[in-house]
Structure formats: C-alpha cells, structure tokens
Design a protein. Sequence first.
Length: 170
Amino acid sequence: MHTHKTMKGLAWKGKCSIGWSYGFKIHLVINDKGEIIQWQLTPGNVDDRAPLKDSRFTERLFGKFFADRGYISQDLFDMLFVDDMHLVTKIKWNMKNSLMNLYDKFMLRKRSVIETVNDELKNVCQIEHTRHRSIENFATNLFVGLIAYNLLPKKPSMNIEIVGKSRIIG
C-alpha cells in the first residue's frame, strides 16, 4: 500500500458509507443546536462504533444518540444503556421490526443535521485537506477548523420547540 510519508504509520485506508478512503475519520457528537459536544480523530480503518466504546470519549455524555445504521450493535447498545445513554438507529432491512417511540422516530428524521455539520466543517471551515507537509500542520488545520466552526454565528440546527401539555390543551 502506498502511503504518504508525512502520515506514514498514522493514517490508514478504510471503508465508509461512501467507499474507500485513505486518511483519518472525525467522529462527532452534536446537540440539537448543531454545537459540537465531543469529537475524536481516528485512522481511516477504525470502526465507526469504536469511539462510543471508549469511556474517555463517553464519560461526559448522556441521553439519546441518534445514529445511522452503521452503529447497530446489541453489545454497544447494552454498554451505553448501562451508562444512561440510549442509542437510537433505524433498522436494517433484514432485522425484525420493533415499536419505536414517536419522538425517537421524528428525531431520526432530523439526523441529517450531522451531515450538514460535516459539510460545513469540510467546505466552510476547510478541515479536509490532502497535502499537509507535517503532522503539526495537519493538527493545526484541524483545530483551527473546529474552532472556526464553533465561532460560526449560525450553525445547522434541528429547530425543535418542545410544546408543553398545558399549551396543547389551552
């Protein structure tokens, strides 16, 4: 396998939902306002579920996680559930259908916000760059891109308003 000498031993070839790539993956957890809550950088060959299995990544996380089908794993679901985290995904075509809370079903449809965040990180904050001349330059570009995203005045959000029961009846 041909490797660029700058990233030799750090970046790896890996497969994702859109095909094969060489480099790194950034794993993001965002909230409903599009703010980055947690992130982790891994080589391209690391399983997408790996960060959620890492207690250092999840130690300050709680609540519901809405993820794509790539995160389906009974072991991961059980591990997160014990730590007060609930993993919600769509099911694969060969899985048995189960009842899902209406709120969870609605939130899964809003999951596309993470794709918009990824797009803004790549195209607006320019974290996707292929010709770094040093590891330091790569890290600086990544950190500056993440900071720039956090400083954006308008981030992709879900625009969710929780309506109380008293407002519904009134």
